[in-house]
Design a protein around this ligand. Sequence first.
Ligand SMILES: C[S@@+](CC[C@H](N)C(=O)[O-])C[C@H]1O[C@@H](n2cnc3c(N)ncnc32)[C@H](O)[C@@H]1O
Length: 375
Amino acid sequence: MRVELPEPGPYERAHSERVAALIRAEIAAAGGALDFERYMELALYAPGLGYYSAGAAKFGAPGDFVTAPELGNVFARCMARALAPVLRETRGDILELGPGSGALAAELLLELERLDALPGGYRLLERSADLRERQRATLQARAAHLAHRCVWLDAPPAQAWRGALVANEVIDALPVRLFCLRDDGVHSRAVAQDGDRFVWREVAADAAFAMAVERVLGVQRSALPTPYRSEICTLLTPWLATVTDTLQSGIALFVDYGHARADYYAAGRREGTLRCHYRHRAHDDPLWLPGVQDITAWVDFDALREAGIAAGFALDAFSTQAQFLIAHGMQEVFASAYAQADDETARYRLAQEVKRLSLPGQMGDAFHVMCLRKM
Ligand SMILES: C[S@@+](CC[C@H](N)C(=O)[O-])C[C@H]1O[C@@H](n2cnc3c(N)ncnc32)[C@H](O)[C@@H]1O
């Protein structure tokens, strides 16, 4: 699919060239083809250079995409209602992974204060110095009296803790491995160079990756056309084990776009789910300007459930985002915010926010929420 993209400025081109030089060096060191997972890791997270490690705007209107906490506070207020019981029960903390602009942290704390269920501490796991500054500024601007509860971490907590882990649109940013099913078996997709351009290169999958693909596809495999391209997040299980290792009791709540496996690997989705975002345009070419655009893949929620069980959790709940928000007070939150809105513009914005969060065809059914529980 060809999408017209806004022309990047000279700064963005120069930045991408530095990221590309790093990737070219790794392609050469790897013998001419670099597995896509490593390409995605470098494009998004290379220290000081990757999309999430360098200083681009990313979230919200001036950035590349809008996430649910950026639309207003309805999403956070409903999530607070889902977290309040476990925070009261465990008298625990919140750990937020990949806190973005800090909007979710600020609005969760404000609503939990109203619900009399504030966490002891609010930890933000964020490696980017630039994003930490942005999160601090948001917390000061919106919830200054609660900001002292916030602590920034470089790595998951080393000490045992209780409470709730939350991650909105984080799993979709984990690097994935790409595969292509052909009549002669499973191939893995790598990135090579043709002059200055990055190009795709298919290589026969090693035995472990081919087995991982066959296991995930299971009985669906025989119904899939060839060629069939898709992806697997092989990092998910070790990543989840690492980030939740010291959580003794409580919940882990994940919100992301994606599906249960049967839908994820449907015959009709033969080009997979990898998407790129650049200035509010979505397209499917991750080899275009690495370092200045977001690259994401949908989440296979059965893989998340399996990873959770392997990490000692039980599945607590799984629903669409619309069902989750409605079950946690969206109508009540909407009614009270509507009654307090200053003017027609604020009421219109609120109505638009709720529609975007909950309608089918928007975030309502493309996004799912999975809650895992550890006793
Ligand atoms: C699409 S953004 C979402 C930001 C924010 N949660 C929101 O909803 O606006 C993805 C975030 O996940 C973070 N992330 C990616 N891998 C991570 C990891 N291994 N641990 C913690 N955060 C991670 C990225 O740095 C980025 O901030």
